[in-house]
Design a protein around this ligand. Sequence first.
Ligand code: FES
Length: 163
Amino acid sequence: MAKKRHEEVVLPEGEFDQEITILIGQLSQEPGSLLRCLQRIQEHFGYVPESGIPVIARLCNVSKAETFGVLTYYSDLVTEPPAQVTVRLCAAEACQAVGSRELESEWESLCAGELVGESVATKEVFCLGNCALGPAAMVNSELLGRATARKIESLVSSIVGGS
Ligand code: FES
C-alpha cells in the first residue's frame, strides 16, 4: 500500500518480491542487465509492478531512481496491468478521409456509455495496413475494415464475454 510522508512518496511494500527474485536473480548478476530484467518481468506479469522497483534495484545493484528512470523511459515497458481488450483506431490520412475521426467520437461515446467497468483501452495508431478498407480498427489482434462503433463493440463484447 502506497504511503505519503512529508511529500515523499514511499513505494508500496513489494508484494511480488519473491517472484521477481526468482525471475531475475541470475540475470541481474550480469553487468548492465537492468533493461533485460525489466523486460523479463514484463513478459511474466504483463507489466512491471512499481512495487518491485526496490527489489529490482537491489538485485541489479543500481539505484531505485535509475530503475525508475529506465522503466519510465522505454515506452514498451508499462507499470499497470494491460487492459483485457485493446482497441486501436487508425488516425492516419487515408482513414481520416473516410471518417476515422467520426468513428473515434462514436466509439468513445459508446465505450463510455456501455462498456464502463470493462477493461478496455483505446489507442490511436497511424496506419494498420488496411487503408483500402478504412476506417480501420484493430481489437486485440483482430483487424476490422470499414469499422463502425457497433462492429467494434460486438467484437469487444465477444472477447469480454468469452473470457
Ligand atoms: S491509413 Fe488507416 S489503415 Fe492505413
